[in-house]
Design a protein around this ligand. Structure first.
Ligand code: FMN
Length: 144
């Protein structure tokens, strides 16, 4: 039973401040509830003060939510990596999968994707959408 009219959207952003475990849990709980209602699935990665998220679902649901997320004061400097039609979901089991990177890993991740230093991480292979998606997929696998 294939779904038609699916897109995914991948972005990264910088957290306004280093997120505590409690803050991350709150964010996840509200996200999972809303995403289930909107038939949205995806994965959120957090490390070293940087978020990366993939959202998948109908174009209206994905872009509608992204407009809200863009205005969320918990992060800033959103950088849209990819928004395009997809043939099927990669994160069908997750209303929102989540992985927090450990300190060292998180630093490397933030280094590769951070938007804090203008220009840093925005060019070169670290920021290629395919690599971002691959990274998100790998972390979804480790949660199963
Ligand atoms: C990094 C990040 C990821 C988020 N992901 C989601 C998400 O997947 N689903 C969701 O409903 N809200 C998500 N939010 C929260 C939204 O920005 C927003 O607070 C939420 O949708 C409630 O909006 P409302 O109170 O205006 O309805 C995220 C926020 C941040 C900072």
């Amino acid at each position: 039973m294939g779904e038609t009219d699916l897109i995914h959207l991948i972005y990264c952003s910088t957290a306004t401040h280093e997120m505590s475990e409690v803050e991350l849990l709150e964010l996840l709980q509200e996200s999972r509830k809303r995403n289930a209602e909107l038939e949205l699935t995806g994965m959120l990665l957090y490390g070293g003060g940087v978020f990366m998220q993939v959202l998948e679902g109908s174009p209206a649901a994905v872009t509608g939510l992204y407009q809200k997320i863009e205005r969320d004061p918990r992060h800033h400097s959103l950088f849209l990596l990819e928004q395009e039609a997809i043939a099927g979901r990669s994160f069908a089991d997750w209303s929102m999968g989540f992985h927090a990177l450990k300190t060292e890993e998180g630093k490397r991740f933030a280094d590769a994707f951070s938007l804090r230093a203008p220009g840093h991480g925005l060019e070169g292979k670290a920021i290629r959408p395919g690599i971002a998606l691959e990274l998100l997929r790998q972390f979804a696998q480790t949660q199963r």
